[in-house]
Design a protein around this ligand. Structure first.
Ligand code: MIC
Ligand code: SF4
Length: 640
């Protein structure tokens, strides 16, 4: 049996463990990226690890999330990040240069390399044949310092593409179809590899839309081969020398296979409030739309926006619709400006935003009360837009443009001839807003928004914890630690941001947690899906949450809980969730030996003699981190 592409890259980067053991593996990381909303923590942690300079081949710090400067906080963070990048040896992509994943694909990504990023959509790099994985900031800090990145042994799921996309059907529809079939937890523990003759019909920006939104499947990563399309993209970026041909062996082995005939796909949308609530537009009623937002790391490439411009050419946006467009990068925006497409968009009535995440993370442009918003983004969780009762539909740029014109949910096939947009022979490549690494003695600028990192206490041998909150399935990290224009500026200040933990679910959570001192959260399946924000672990830890007990976890969040000393447990019998109620006490005894033993253990309910069985599934490495009270504590103990 031959090797699949995922295994080839893993084998060439394996520095701990083996691919046959079924155990956790550690891989060497070639490149890293951070963005500003997670980056401040990552560099504070890098600093706490005591390392002078990054050891990766290339590390980049991007500013793209917290760009509304309504107070000093975000600007302070930008100054901190710029000085930290210079000092620690990173490239710094200035505010206005674009969304991290888009810019990384354009200017830094290289087929066959490993990339780790403190953002869950880092797998965008899989569109160019990288093994690109999202992680918490602390894992990124360790990898920047030359340490291995640990991941559970992945299963490799092949998605075999045949045929070619019909007119008006887009790459977004491919990933929505995968989401429809697999759901938001269908990719957990898996790397998704795209194969088959349909692959060569897709350009790199189209592939990147698919690998980007693979994050919504809970997948560890998604990857395409590196072929003629990859070469054409890199050549057009003036980076042909970065190209290598890469593909799975002809007779490669996969753990699972999914077949998709591209020719049979139709325009799809993900309905509120989950990316897997997928329906074809045809089967939905004519729903009125108040806002259309085009952009985000999923769909803001030059090709995407050129297609939108072609659709809007000579037409006007419906008077009831606010159309907002945020191009993915300065490269995209300046190319639209030079070729006149920007004028076409503005003439049609589009509102132009900065080349940042913007409305995708609720950083401005929140829709009106109860509005329907159609977005080319990747997440439509309730409240994420900043308006609690708004409803977000996720769709392709084609669908979004059609809705902007008609004012209702529209099948774009009704618009007539499909505009052809070709990949440019050369992109505009002006890297002047990417600052090269500076001197190791650059002073780090720390405004009052940058507060020291809280450190978890070590786990005691015996502990009684009240159930502070009981939740259902698919709780997102947006639920745990909401974002938006008001809360995001507090990302560098854990005491301040912790006031907002579970704010939308239980507004008194922070006060209740403080009153309890130490506590526990229980939930259903896929707890912590979505964003990689380690604040969803760090802030609960600061509030005294010591254990999270669920039916299952999403990968990045579970790793973040461990890194910050919160014990992630699962029920041995998932139905035991029903036996627990808010306010109930759980007694943990002989915790240290239970953690070392790697076997299910009993926890006593209240003051009764009733018990439930729980398990931790921690590797020896993770057990040692938990016992130390988190990775920073453990690293410090080891270096003593
Ligand atoms: C997101 O899309 O939710 C974010 C904002 O990019 C997050 C990172 C963060 O919370 O800062 C992500 O996807 O990891
Ligand atoms: Fe930014 Fe949205 Fe992409 Fe997250 S998903 S990186 S907020 S554009």
């Amino acid at each position: 049996m031959g090797q699949n592409l995922t295994k080839k890259i893993i084998v060439s980067h394996l520095i701990d463990g083996t691919l046959t053991s079924g155990q956790e593996i550690g891989i060497r990381i070639d490149q890293s990226l951070t963005q500003d909303a997670t980056g401040t923590m990552a560099y504070l942690q890098f600093e706490a690890l005591g390392l002078p300079r990054v050891k990766t081949e290339c590390s980049v710090s991007y500013i793209d999330h917290n760009t509304l400067q309504t107070g000093f906080e975000n600007a302070d963070d930008h100054a901190f990040l710029q000085s930290a990048a210079a000092r620690f040896g990173l490239y710094f992509s200035r505010p206005g240069n674009g969304i991290c994943h888009q810019v990384h694909l354009e200017r830094f990504g290289k087929p066959g390399k490993t990339l780790i990023g403190s953002d869950s959509h880092t797998p965008t790099g899989g569109g160019i044949g990288m093994l690109a994985i999202g992680a918490g900031g602390l894992d990124v800090a360790v990898a920047m310092g030359g340490g291995a990145f640990y991941l559970p042994q992945p299963r490799v799921l092949q998605v075999r593409l045949t045929g070619a996309l019909p007119d008006w059907v887009a790459a977004k529809d491919i990933i929505l179809e995968v989401l429809r079939r697999l759901t938001v937890k269908g990719g957990v523990g898996k790397i998704i590899e795209y194969t088959g003759p349909g692959v060569r019909t897709l350009t790199v920006p189209e592939r990147a839309t698919i690998t980007n939104m693979g994050a919504e499947l809970g997948a560890t990563s998604s990857i395409f081969p590196s072929d003629e399309q990859t070469l054409a993209f890199l050549q057009a970026q003036g980076r042909a020398k970065d190209w290598v041909a890469l593909a799975a062996d002809e007779d490669a082995d996969y753990d699972e296979t999914l077949d998709i005939d591209l020719s049979a796909l139709v325009p799809l949308v993900a309905q509120p409030h989950s990316p897997d609530l997928v329906a074809s537009i045809q089967e939905l009623p004519e729903i009125e739309v108040q806002q259309v937002a085009i952009g985000s790391c999923t769909n803001s490439s030059y090709m995407d926006l050129m297609r939108v411009a072609e659709i809007l050419k000579g037409r006007k946006v419906h008077p009831a619709v606010s159309l907002v467009i945020s191009p993915g990068s300065r490269q995209v925006l300046t190319m639209l400006a030079v070729n006149g497409a920007l004028t076409t968009l503005l003439d049609a009535g589009a509102r132009l935003l900065e080349t940042t995440c913007g409305p995708c993370i609720g950083m401005g442009q929140s829709p009106s009360s109860g509005a329907i918003t159609v977005r080319t983004f990747n997440r439509n969780f309730k409240g994420r837009s900043g308006t609690a009762d708004a409803k977000s539909y996720l769709a392709s740029p084609e669908v979004a443009a059609a809705c902007a014109l008609t004012g209702y949910l529209t099948d774009p096939r009704s618009l007539g001839a499909y505009p052809q947009v070709n990949m440019p022979k050369s992109f505009r490549t002006d890297d002047s807003m990417i600052l090269p690494p500076g001197n190791a003695d650059t002073p780090i600028l720390r405004g009052p928004n940058i507060q020291p990192l809280p450190i978890a206490p070590a786990l005691p041998e015996e502990i009684a914890l009240p159930v502070l909150l009981k939740l259902g399935d698919n709780v997102t990290t947006d639920d745990i630690m909401p974002a938006g224009a008001k809360i995001l500026p507090l990302r560098s200040n854990i005491p301040a941001i912790s006031e907002y933990v579970f704010h939308k679910t239980e507004p008194n959570f922070a006060a209740k947690a403080r009153a309890a001192g130490q506590s526990l959260i229980v939930a259903g399946q896929n707890y912590g899906q979505g964003s990689s924000r380690e604040h969803a672990a760090l802030a609960p830890m600061y509030l005294g949450v010591r254990v999270v007990l669920t039916q299952s976890f999403a990968r990045i969040h579970r790793a973040n809980l461990i890194n910050f000393g919160i014990l992630p447990l699962t029920f041995l019998h998932p139905e035991d969730l029903e036996r627990l109620n808010e306010g109930e006490q759980l007694h943990f005894q002989d915790l240290h030996s239970a953690i070392q033993a790697d076997q299910p253990f009993a926890v006593t309910l209240g003051d009764s003699s009733q018990t439930i069985l729980v398990q931790h599934d921690l590797t020896a490495r993770q057990a040692s981190i938990i016992l130390a009270g988190g990775l920073l504590n453990e690293t410090k103990m080891k270096s003593k």
